[in-house]
Design a protein around this ligand. Structure first.
Ligand code: ZN
Ligand code: ZN
Length: 1013
C-alpha cells in the first residue's frame, strides 16, 4: 500500500518535512560521498557578501548553481561543492560606515582603523543565518559547514602569492593616470567596477563656453573685434582645470559674428550649435588654429592653485606664477564632429584623453579638486563638491561674458557601484595589473570556454576582452587584502612579499606578532630593512580590489600552493561549471579569467550559464527605493521552493531578462505542479483500492497501444532531458517534462480512466497500473535536479515504501537511462495527430457553446494528406470518444473551412481543420442529459465523502423530461454503471441521504446518493 495522497496539497509544508528528512539522513553528504571514485565535477561558487539579506536574484543564481551538479551526481560524477563568502571591500566598509554614521575617510581614521576593521569583520556575517537558511530552504546543495572565506589568513596568503607571482613577471606597476575615482569612497575603481554603475538618463549641464583669443589674427583673418574659441562641455567643474583647446587639423572652421564679437567653431557644427543664422566672416583650416593662444578662464595663480607642466607622460614640474598666462590650441585626432563645437576643452587632470594630450603636447597640468571631490584653492566656489559647484562656475563665467549658452542634457554617466556617487575621472597614482600584456591570451583562452547563452562568448565577454585596459587594482581603503608591497623612502625601491614565510625571513623584521592578522593596521606596522640600502621599508597603505579576492578563489580556497600543491592537476582546476548574472562578465567572470590567465595561462571554467537580470512584473529594476523588491521568503512560504525553482528554470531561457511576478509562480503551480499532483494522487488512490504491488506479480502484461505510446514518450523524454541538462539547457529540458506531464494527464490518464475504474482486475488493468507507475517513478528521477522536493515526495511514496532495498532518497538514485528500443516514432506521431484533431474539435465546440458531454452526430475533419487520413482512420475509436461524436467524416481543407455557422463551427490550424455540427437531435440531447447527470452524481459522491469504489443507491425527482430519461433503458443502464448505482429510485430520498438540487440545461432535478453497506 502506498501512503494515501490527498488531491489537496500543501507544497511548502511537505517541503519542510523533506528538509528535515534530508538533514537527519545526511542525504547531501551521502549523495557526494557515494560517488567517490567517479569522475570529478567541479562547481565554483561565486561568493556572495553575507552582510545583506539575500534577494530573489540570489535565488535565481543559486538554483542554477544547484541543478547541474545535482544532475551530474545522479549521473555518477563525484561532485563536492564548497560554499564561499566574499568578506572584503567597499560593500562591507560602506555598511559599517552607515552604521557609524560616517561620510568620509577622515572619520574612519579618527575612529581608528583597528576598531573600524573589527566592525567590518563582525558585519561580514550579520546575515549569515539568513543566507544559510535560504540556501537550505531552496535546496541549493553546497557545503555550508566548510566554506572558504576571503578574509582568512590562509586565503590572503594565497592571494599574496598570486600577486607576487605577477610582480615577478613584471605585470604589476604603479601609474600616474586618470582613473575613475569615487569621491565619497575616496578610491579608484577598476574599469569592471565602473561598468557596473552606468546610469542612463542622468541630467547634466550642457554648456557652450567662450575662450578669449589673445592674438591679433587667425590665419589671414585679422581680429578687429574680440574673438572667442567656442567649446562645449557637460562638466563645468573641470573648466578651472582647463589648460588647452583641441581642434581637428583637417576640418574646416568658421569665424562667425555675433553681437559685435567673433566666435570660432567647426563648420560642421555651426548649425547644431545654434549659430546657423550668424554671418560667416571667414573660413579657416583647423591647422590654422594650431598655435593660436587664449586666456585661461581662471588663472590658477590667482586662486592659490599649483600649476605644473608635463615633462613627459610620467613627470610634472611645478611652474612659476604668471600673470599673463595663456594656453595653446592643439591638434587632436580625437576631436569629433558628432557633438559639441569641434573644439574640445582639455583638462589634463580630469580625463584619460586629456591626460594623454597633456603629456604629448607638454601642456600645463592644474588640479583644482581634492580626493573628496571638493574644489580646492580660493575660487568663489572653493570647498564645494564638484557637481554642486557647476552652477556657481557658470554664474561666474556668465558675469564675465564667457558663457554663450547653458542647457541641460540627459546622457549616460558612471556612478559608484556601491555608494551611488557620480564618479570623477581623476589623475592620480594607482597600482595596475598589466592585463593588456596578456590580452591575446585572454582572448585565446576564451575560445576554450562554453558560454550559455553562446552569444555572450564573443559578444559581451569577447568585446570586454577586446577592449581590455589594465586593471586598476589598488584601493585607498581599509578593509581588504593588503597590497603586499613595501617601499623604501631612502632609495625609492619596492619589494613585494608573497608569503608569511618570506616575510618572516626579512632582515630585522619588526612588528610581527602572533596570532597573525593579515589586515590593516597590523600589517602596516610590519617593517624590515631594505635589501638595497638597509633603510627601513614600510608597507604601502593600499588594499586591493575585492574582485581580485573572489577571482583568486580557485587557488585561495585551497590555500594553494602552500597546501594542496597538486591542485592544478588533480581535477579541481579548472571548474567544470559556474553560473552568475550577466553583469559578472565584467565582474567575477572576468576576474577569474584574468587571474588564471595571468598566473597559469589556463582557463578557469569550462562551462558558464550566464543569467539575465530579474526585474519586477512591469520590467522595472527592483530596488528598495522603488519598493518593488520581492522577498524570496514570502514566495517560498506560499508556493514552495520547487515552484520558484521550476519557474526560474522553465519560465524563460537563462540568459534572458526576467520579469518576476508572484502571479507567474502561481500559474506554474496550477499548470504544472497541480497537474502532476493530480495524476500522482489519482494513481495512488486507485492503486491502493486495487492493491497494486509494483514488480511483485510476474504475469505477462498486455500493454495496449496507449501504454506503448506513453512508454515511448517516456523514453524519448529521458533522452531529451538528459541531452538538455548535458548541454546546460535546463529550460529546454524542463519544458519537455512539462509537455510530457501534460500528455500524461490529458491523454494517457484521461484515455485510461476506464481501465482503472473497471471492477475486474485483469491483465489490461495491471498493464495500465504498471505503465503509469513507471511513468511516475521515472518522472521523480528526471525531476530530481529541478524540483528536488516533489521528486523526493514521489520517490519516497512510490519507491521506498515498496522496495526497502532501493536507494534511500531519489538523490541517491541514478539518473534514468532511456531504453531506445521502446521509442516508436510512428506511434508518437499518430498520438500527436489524434491530440491535435481533438484539440481543434474541442476548440470548435467551445466556440459554439456546446458542452463536451453533449454527443454530436459527426465531425468533419481535414488533415495534411492521405497519409494522415489513413493514420487517423486507425485512430478513429479514440477520436470519436474524445470528440464525443458518432461518426468521423473526411473532406478537403478547402471544403471544411467552407462549412459555416449556424450549421457548423470550425477549428483550424495550418493544414488541419475540424468542423463540428451545431444541430442536436432529441436522442443526442437525451444522451447529453444522461452524461450530465452522471457528472453531477460523481461530484456528489465526492462531496458526500464516498470512496471511489463504494456502491450506492441514487434517488431522483424531476419533471417529465427527467423521468423520460431515467426510464430509457440504455441511458439508465449507462448512468448506473458510471456511478456504481445499484438502483435509480424515482422519489424523495429518505432521511440522512446526501441530496442536492441541481439545474441541468434548464431542467430542475433533485438528486440523492446513499452509500450501500
Ligand atoms: Zn563610492
Ligand atoms: Zn632602500
Amino acid at each position: 500500500m502506498f501512503r494515501p495522497v490527498s488531491s489537496k496539497v500543501n507544497f511548502p509544508q511537505f517541503e519542510e518535512e523533506i528538509l528535515s528528512f534530508w538533514r537527519s539522513k545526511k542525504v547531501f553528504e551521502r549523495s557526494v560521498d557515494a560517488r567517490q571514485g567517479g569522475q570529478r565535477f567541479v562547481l565554483y561558487e561565486g561568493p556572495p557578501t553575507a552582510n545583506g539579506s539575500p534577494g530573489i536574484h540570489h535565488v535565481l543564481s543559486r538554483v542554477f548553481k544547484d541543478i547541474i551538479p545535482r544532475y551530474k551526481a545522479m549521473k555518477g560524477f563525484y561532485a563536492p561543492r564548497i560554499a564561499g563568502w566574499d568578506t572584503h571591500g567597499l560593500p562591507v566598509e560602506l555598511e559599517v560606515e552607515k552604521e557609524l554614521g560616517f561620510s568620509s575617510k577622515a572619520q574612519i581614521e579618527d575612529f581608528g582603523i583597528a576598531k573600524f576593521n573589527a566592525r567590518c569583520r563582525e558585519s561580514v556575517f550579520s546575515y549569515l543565518k539568513e543566507w544559510n537558511a535560504l540556501t537550505e530552504r531552496i535546496a541549493f546543495w553546497i557545503d555550508l559547514e566548510h566554506p572558504y572565506i576571503t578574509m582568512d589568513n590562509n586565503y590572503i596568503e594565497s592571494v599574496w602569492w598570486a600577486i607576487k607571482r605577477m610582480w615577478d613577471k613584471n605585470l604589476i606597476y604603479q601609474g600616474y593616470k586618470v582613473t575613475p575615482h569615487c569621491p565619497r569612497c575616496g578610491t579608484s575603481l577598476s574599469s569592471h567596477e565602473v561598468a557596473l554603475g552606468y546610469k542612463d538618463d542622468t541630467e547634466d549641464p550642457s554648456v557652450y563656453i567662450k575662450f578669449k583669443v589673445s592674438g591679433k589674427s587667425v590665419g589671414d583673418f585679422a581680429l578687429d573685434k574680440p574673438a572667442y574659441l567656442l567649446a562645449w562641455t557637460t562638466t563645468p567643474w573641470t573648466l578651472p582645470g582647463n589648460t588647452a583647446l583641441a581642434i581637428a587639423p583637417e576640418a574646416e572652421y568658421v569665424i562667425v559674428e555675433v553681437e559685435n564679437e567673433y566666435l570660432i567653431l567647426a563648420s560642421a557644427r555651426q548649425e547644431a550649435s545654434g549659430l546657423g543664422e550668424a554671418p560667416v566672416m571667414a573660413k579657416v583650416k583647423g591647422s590654422d588654429l594650431q598655435g593660436v593662444f587664449y586666456e585661461p578662464l581662471f588663472n590658477p595663480h590667482d586662486f592659490n592653485v599649483e600649476r605644473k607642466r608635463f615633462d613627459n607622460l610620467a613627470s610634472l614640474n611645478l611652474q612659476a606664477a604668471d600673470k599673463d598666462l595663456t594656453y595653446p590650441v592643439i591638434g587632436g585626432d580625437f576631436v569629433s564632429m558628432e557633438d559639441g563645437t569641434g573644439i574640445v576643452h582639455i583638462a589634463p587632470a580630469y580625463g584619460e584623453i586629456d591626460y594623454e594630450a597633456g603629456g604629448k603636447n607638454n601642456l600645463d597640468f592644474v588640479h583644482t579638486v581634492d580626493l573628496q571631490g571638493n574644489i580646492i584653492g580660493t575660487y568663489p566656489f572653493s570647498g564645494k563638491f564638484v557637481k554642486d559647484a557647476d552652477k556657481d562656475i557658470l554664474d561666474d563665467l556668465k558675469s564675465r561674458n564667457l558663457l554663450l549658452r547653458s542647457e541641460t542634457i540627459r546622457h549616460t554617466y558612471p556612478f559608484c557601484w556601491r555608494c551611488d556617487t557620480p564618479l570623477l575621472y581623476y589623475a592620480k597614482q594607482t597600482w595596475y595589473i598589466r592585463t593588456t600584456a596578456i590580452k591575446d591570451k585572454l582572448i585565446a583562452r576564451n575560445d576554450e570556454i562554453n558560454w550559455y547563452p553562446e552569444h555572450i562568448k564573443y559578444g559581451r565577454f569577447g568585446d570586454w576582452l577586446q577592449n581590455n585596459v589594465d586593471w586598476a587594482f589598488s584601493r585607498e581603503r581599509y578593509w581588504g587584502t593588503p597590497l603586499p608591497v613595501w617601499h623604501c623612502d631612502a632609495c625609492n625601491s619596492y619589494e613585494c612579499v608573497g608569503s608569511i614565510e618570506e616575510l618572516k625571513k626579512k632582515p630585522n623584521l619588526s612588528g610581527f606578532k602572533e596570532p597573525l592578522d593579515l589586515h590593516r593596521p597590523f600589517v602596516d606596522g610590519l617593517t624590515f630593512d631594505c635589501s638595497k640600502c638597509g633603510a627601513t621599508m614600510k608597507r604601502l597603505p593600499e588594499v586591493i580590489d575585492c574582485w581580485f579576492d573572489s577571482g583568486a578563489m580557485p587557488i585561495a580556497q585551497h590555500h594553494y600552493p602552500f597546501d594542496n600543491d597538486a591542485l592544478l592537476e588533480d581535477g579541481r582546476f579548472p571548474a567544470d561549471y559556474i553560473s552568475e548574472a550577466v553583469d559578472q562578465t565584467r565582474g567575477w567572470f572576468y576576474s577569474l579569467h584574468a587571474i588564471s590567465t595571468l598566473l597559469f595561462n589556463r582557463i578557469c571554467f569550462s562551462n558558464v550559464i550566464c543569467l539575465g537580470h530579474v526585474l519586477d512584473a512591469k520590467g522595472e529594476k527592483m530596488s528598495k527605493a522603488r519598493g518593488n523588491v520581492v522577498e524570496p521568503g514570502a514566495i517560498i512560504n506560499k508556493y514552495g521552493a520547487d515552484a520558484l525553482r521550476w519557474y526560474f528554470f522553465t519560465g524563460t531561457a537563462p540568459g534572458n531578462v526576467r520579469r518576476f511576478s508572484e502571479e507567474a509562480v502561481a500559474e506554474v503551480t496550477r499548470r504544472f505542479f497541480l497537474t502532476l499532483w493530480n495524476v500522482y494522487s489519482f494513481f495512488v488512490t486507485y492503486a491502493n483500492i486495487d492493491k497494486f504491488a509494483p514488480g511483485s506479480k510476474k504475469v505477462s502484461l498486455e500493454p495496449s497501444e496507449l501504454d506503448r505510446w506513453i512508454i515511448s514518450e517516456l523514453n524519448q523524454l529521458i533522452v531529451d532531458v538528459d541531452g538538455g541538462l548535458e548541454a546546460y539547457n535546463p529550460t529546454e529540458a524542463g519544458r519537455k517534462i512539462e509537455g510530457f506531464v501534460d500528455d500524461l494527464s490529458n491523454w494517457y490518464v484521461r484515455r485510461s480512466r476506464r481501465r482503472f475504474w473497471k471492477s475486474e482486475s485483469d491483465a489490461d488493468k495491471l498493464a495500465a497500473y504498471t505503465t503509469l507507475y513507471e511513468c511516475l517513478v521515472t518522472l521523480s528521477k528526471l525531476l530530481a535536479p529541478f524540483t528536488p522536493f516533489l521528486a523526493e515526495e514521489l520517490y519516497q511514496n512510490l519507491v521506498c515504501s515498496v522496495f526497502p532495498d532501493a536507494p534511500e532518497s531519489v538523490h541517491l538514485a541514478d539518473f534514468p537511462v532511456a531504453d531506445k528500443s521502446k521509442i516508436d516514432e510512428q506511434l508518437m506521431a499518430d498520438a500527436q495527430l489524434a491530440m491535435k484533431v481533438c484539440s481543434l474539435g474541442r476548440a470548435a465546440r467551445s466556440e459554439a457553446g456546446i458542452k463536451v458531454r453533449q454527443p454530436l452526430d459527426h465531425a468533419v475533419v481535414s488533415v495534411a494528406g492521405t497519409k494522415d487520413e489513413e493514420r487517423l482512420k486507425k485512430l478513429k475509436p479514440q477520436i470519436l470518444e474524445e470528440l464525443n461524436v458518432k461518426e468521423l467524416k473526411f473532406d478537403a481543407l478547402s471544403e471544411v473551412v467552407k462549412l459555416e455557422k449556424p450549421a457548423y463551427v470550425v477549428g483550424a490550424e495550418g493544414n488541419y481543420a475540424v468542423a463540428m455540427p451545431t444541430e442536436i437531435s432529441p436522442e443526442l440531447k437525451a444522451e447529453g442529459m444522461a452524461r450530465e447527470i452522471v457528472r453531477r452524481l460523481q461530484a456528489m459522491r465526492r462531496s458526500a465523502g464516498f470512496d471511489i469504489a463504494d456502491h450506492i443507491i441514487t434517488y431522483y425527482q424531476g419533471g417529465d423530461y427527467i423521468r423520460e430519461i431515467m426510464a430509457d433503458k440504455t441511458l439508465a443502464e449507462y448512468i448506473k454503471q458510471e456511478t456504481l448505482s445499484q438502483e435509480l429510485i424515482d422519489g424523495v430520498p429518505e432521511e440522512g441521504v446526501f441530496t442536492e438540487r441541481q439545474k441541468i440545461s434548464g431542467y430542475d432535478i433533485l438528486l440523492g446518493v446513499k452509500r450501500l453497506g
